[in-house]
Design a protein around this ligand. Structure first.
Ligand code: AMP
Ligand code: AMP
Length: 361
């Protein structure tokens, strides 16, 4: 792990009046870069050639750095370029999906907004459970091995694969049958099989609340909520049950987009307390605790019981539904506040109060 002192030394050499906000061109880059521009920062987008059209058309990147592969961001020449631009990188889901922990923790010597160490926690389901348990949230049960399966169980693959290759089973037999089927459909490979995580399936609706932990204001803001639009699971309701059985034996959860939602107001006090608990627990894990955006992934049952099955310790793409504004961001900030912009505001405020080292790792 790069010593935080080293990052702070790089930051100290930056011209803080000429900071650039940068990110990988994917996931929530439009959100992050637009927000940075609106707060008066220069922006840089490290993107693949084929995707450059997006960032050019929307004009959100003052600089485009083209790479063959996202992992190239950790090459010395690109890092040098980013440091030369006084870049603060904002990590998102493509960082955790396409960069190894080694690249992020040991090689990427560019200052990052947020807590790098907690990104590491996010990539391990065991660590996530430890964090969420410390926060005293209600979690789905897990099963150590397929033989323990009883009741409806969701099988998940490691990493943020967006639900690709997930499947349901309700007994050891159905688990093994489905594994075979998934391998046949090339949704699962032999290496993945040994790394499957088995979790009690909670019947309810999925809700993804977004939070922002402000170090500058010592506050946890409730920012917005989305739900996901997943193929094929969101498509099966269109097929009558009689055909479903034959047509879709095994629905998957490939993320295609997000849908904004507002929640029943009586649920909000509990969600706010949950955000606070997660932030408090994060301080026990890593001294600085969580910095900036995070998201709890949950299922709410018909008894209004809230089960949290994952945490993202960075901006989630679900916040893209709030670009421009979202109801809860509006309540707190008025018009035109969204997660990408909120990050830029925090950086601007920290700079003004000479607190940048507190929000950069
Ligand atoms: P991508 O760069 O689109 O491949 O996304 C990087 C990672 O973030 C993948 O693991 C995706 O599953 C996840 N991701 C991308 N877009 C979204 C989204 N709109 N909602 C939730 N997760 C997403
Ligand atoms: P994930 O990649 O962990 O965010 O999960 C992808 C999707 O699987 C979620 O959006 C949910 O639809 C579903 N899901 C994950 N875990 C559970 C669970 N324990 N109970 C019910 N549905 C779940």
């Amino acid at each position: 792990m790069i010593d935080n002192k080293e990052i702070q030394e790089i930051l100290a050499k930056y011209d803080s009046d000429r900071l650039t906000i940068g990110t990988l061109g994917s996931h929530s880059a439009l959100n992050i870069l637009k927000g940075a521009q609106e707060e008066g920062f220069k922006t840089v987008c490290v993107c693949r050639k084929a995707d450059a059209i997006l960032y050019r058309r929307f004009g959100v990147a003052d600089e485009l750095v083209l790479v063959r592969d996202f992992a190239d961001i950790s090459s010395e020449s690109i890092q040098e370029k980013l440091r030369h631009l006084n870049t603060i990188l904002v990590p998102h889901g493509s960082f955790t999906a396409y960069l190894s922990m080694k690249q992020m923790a040991d090689l990427l010597r560019v200052p990052m907004f947020g807590n790098r160490e907690l990104l590491n926690w996010e990539t391990s389901r065991e660590k996530q459970r430890e964090w969420l348990s410390k926060a005293e949230l209600r979690l789905p049960r897990t099963f150590e091995k397929p033989e323990e399966i009883h009741g409806l169980t969701i099988a998940k693959l490691p990493g943020a694969k967006g639900g690709k290759g997930y499947f349901l089973s309700d007994s050891p037999e159905s688990f093994h049958r489905k594994v075979k089927e998934m391998v046949g459909r090339k949704l699962l490979n032999q290496v993945d099989i040994g790394r499957i995580h088995l979790q009690e399936y909670i019947l309810g609706v999925n809700v993804y609340p977004h939070y922002f932990s402000s170090i500058v204001n010592d506050d946890v803001e409730f920012f917005g909520v989305d739900r996901r639009y997943e193929s094929a699971v969101d498509a099966i309701g269109k097929i009558p049950a009689s055909e479903q059985l034959r047509a879709i034996t095994n629905p998957t959860y490939t993320i295609v987009g997000n849908i904004p939602i507002t929640l029943r107001e009586s649920l909000l006090p509990e969600l706010i307390r949950m955000g606070d608990s997660v932030v408090n627990a994060s301080k026990d894990i890593v001294s600085a605790g969580i910095i900036g955006p995070f998201c709890l992934e949950m299922v709410i049952t018909d008894n209004l019981e809230i089960y949290v099955f994952e945490i993202s310790a960075r901006i989630v793409a679900g916040t893209n539904v709030g670009i421009g504004t979202s109801p809860y961001a509006y309540l707190k900030h008025g018009n035109r506040m969204y997660m990408g912009r909120r990050i830029a505001v925090e950086i601007r405020e920290a700079r003004k109060r000479k607190q940048l080292p507190k929000i950069i790792t």
